[in-house]
Design a protein around this ligand. Structure first.
Ligand code: FE
Ligand code: FE
Ligand code: ZN
Length: 300
């Protein structure tokens, strides 16, 4: 099922998120429960969840995923306060995820901030073990990371080490980000089947709870993490489109996190590309004029 990241805020709150997804003709979506770069969150009672759920039901949206804010870091062994805050916040965020009606919270595993891979991974395991218990309702989907800075979770082997250290790891899932995999060094464009076979050395494919479908501005192995619009980057349309057609992922939320399109000659991100990118992926045919069309339709 295909969808995109959508916003959450203003008066309409989560109801607005569902409306945004429907405006893209999406079958699913991903949402942050507030601004992704901070941890201020509204009370669930103010988020218009019942209305959002009704609108989803009316339109056949059966699944969506929540993304945890990317500023919390379970890998931080330098600042105990930051680690404790991350644990506390993520426990609440998992509860919010379930209350909103999702069973998956995507999480960037963490960054070791200079203390090394082993220290970071042990810290992440310790944190997740404080977050999950037998009664936790939603899953944590660990996202594959590009490897910029001291990010962890850049290889399946690292993710498996985290998984193996977690007591309630029946609550752990994976989120594959195609841009991040490419930037981490996996041959997404040339041999995605091989990437999945490599993954299967550590995890069965049914552990994949979410796919982030992004093209990349950078070459395989660049460790950069800069997303590009579908078909305009180094992975290319054919591979990304083929992933959306794989029967293995027919029931998996496939989420676009591609960049907004700036106005002609400007830099600032202005227009959502998602309605047009979703339509193009469904059609199976790349349109080299897509960026122009997005601008034209947005300005009309
Ligand atoms: Fe992410
Ligand atoms: Fe992602
Ligand atoms: Zn990214």
């Amino acid at each position: 099922m295909l969808g995109s990241h959508v916003g959450l805020g203003g008066k309409e709150q989560f109801l607005g998120s569902v409306k945004e997804a429907l405006s893209y003709k999406a079958e699913t979506f991903m949402v942050y429960t507030g601004a992704p770069q901070n941890t201020r969150r509204k009370d669930l009672s103010e988020m218009r969840i019942p209305e959002a759920a009704a609108l989803m039901a009316e339109n056949g949206i059966t699944k969506f995923v929540v993304h945890a804010p990317y500023i919390v870091n379970l890998g931080n062994t330098v600042k105990p306060d930051a680690f404790d805050f991350a644990v506390e916040f993520l426990r609440e965020e998992l509860r919010r995820t379930a209350e909103m009606g999702s069973d998956t919270m995507v999480l960037h595993p963490g960054a070791h901030v200079g203390e090394g891979e082993d220290a970071g991974i042990q810290s992440i395991i310790k944190g997740i073990n404080q977050i999950l218990d037998a009664d936790t309702k939603a899953h944590i989907a660990l996202e594959t990371m590009a490897g910029k800075g001291s990010e962890l979770g850049t290889s399946f082997e690292q993710l498996a080490r985290i998984y193996d250290g977690v007591a309630h790891n029946n609550k752990i899932r994976l989120c594959l980000d195609t841009c991040h995999l490419n930037d981490a060094g996996y041959p997404v464009k040339d041999d995605f089947e091989g990437v999945l076979r490599e993954l299967e050395r550590y995890f069965p494919l049914n552990q994949i709870a979410c796919i982030h479908l992004n093209d990349s501005k950078n070459e395989q192995g660049a460790h950069k993490d800069r997303h590009e619009n579908i078909g305009f980057g180094t992975i290319g349309f054919d591979r990304l489109c083929a992933i959306t057609k794989m029967t293995e992922f027919a029931d998996t939320p496939i989420i676009l996190e591609t960049p907004y399109v700036p106005k002609e000659g400007e830099k600032e991100r202005a227009f959502s590309p998602y309605r047009q990118e979703i339509a193009m992926l469904r059609s199976g045919v790349f349109n080299p004029d897509l960026i122009e069309i997005i601008r034209r339709e947005a300005e009309a």
